[in-house]
Design a protein around this ligand. Sequence first.
Ligand SMILES: Nc1ncnc2c1ncn2[C@@H]1O[C@H](COP(=O)(O)OP(=O)(O)O)[C@@H](O)[C@H]1O
Ligand SMILES: [Mg+2]
Length: 265
Amino acid sequence: MVKLRHLRKTFLPGTTSGRMALCDVSLDLAAGDFVTIIGSNGAGKSTLLNAVAGVFPVDEGTIIIDGQDVTALPEHGRAPVIGRVFQDPMQGTAGSMSIEENLAMAARRGERRRLARGVAQKDRKAFRDYLALLGLGLENRLADPVRLLSGGQRQALALLMATIKKPKLLLLDEHAAALDPRTAQDILALTDRLVKRHGLTVMMVTHNLRHALAFGNRTVMMHEGEIVLDVGGPERSGMTVADLLERFHATRGERLADDRILLEV
Ligand SMILES: Nc1ncnc2c1ncn2[C@@H]1O[C@H](COP(=O)(O)OP(=O)(O)O)[C@@H](O)[C@H]1O
Ligand SMILES: [Mg+2]
């Protein structure tokens, strides 16, 4: 479903602060794969997701999504096949617009008349049913401006919006990290439900190793712009956070300067 081949990206090349954020990253995802991505700060996790989404062009490599080579496409050209949720709940939703207008906008993504603001009656019914899946009572607040929602409610809405068109690939970049632990757990459980409901293929960055093992079917660890660990199947099923760290150290032949970065559980 997704083929990433030999991706390289250097920011600010030729300057003293220039460094390779992605060095020869290759990754294949089968349809329905749910990969969790971990690694310390600056490892290149967000850069990888941004490269796949087309936020900037890569220096080298190819990105194929559902058989289509999107490497040369700008971000909006890839939007029809990609859904994204960011860390900041403000980023995925428009605060001044109502809940139903936000959903209507998401439902029209990739279509020509997507800027029209009206909401058709038949859509309203579908939105109400869809919102009811959240169990937050938002189906009774269709006309409320989104700015009135809590961070968790807003992130739940962002998730609905990102998945409403059943994207070929869902990109989640620490989308539960800005929430309190209880709400974060709810958002992850909701993520899992939506992913299963639509059978989505997912790349989810998390700094929480426990979440990385609890969700999805595969875990990838990045370090200094490279993928240093990729575990799935039975090997991963029995894994604990300690095993994961152990495997990381074995791969590197060195200890991380500060395990705590990876150990936020
Ligand atoms: N837009 C950018 N401009 C310059 N440097 C960047 C940019 N985005 C990321 N970087 C650098 O690339 C490296 C990887 O960053 P990032 O992918 O954000 O790490 P992570 O998400 O794993 O914490 C870091 O050294 C970061 O400073
Ligand atoms: Mg990041």
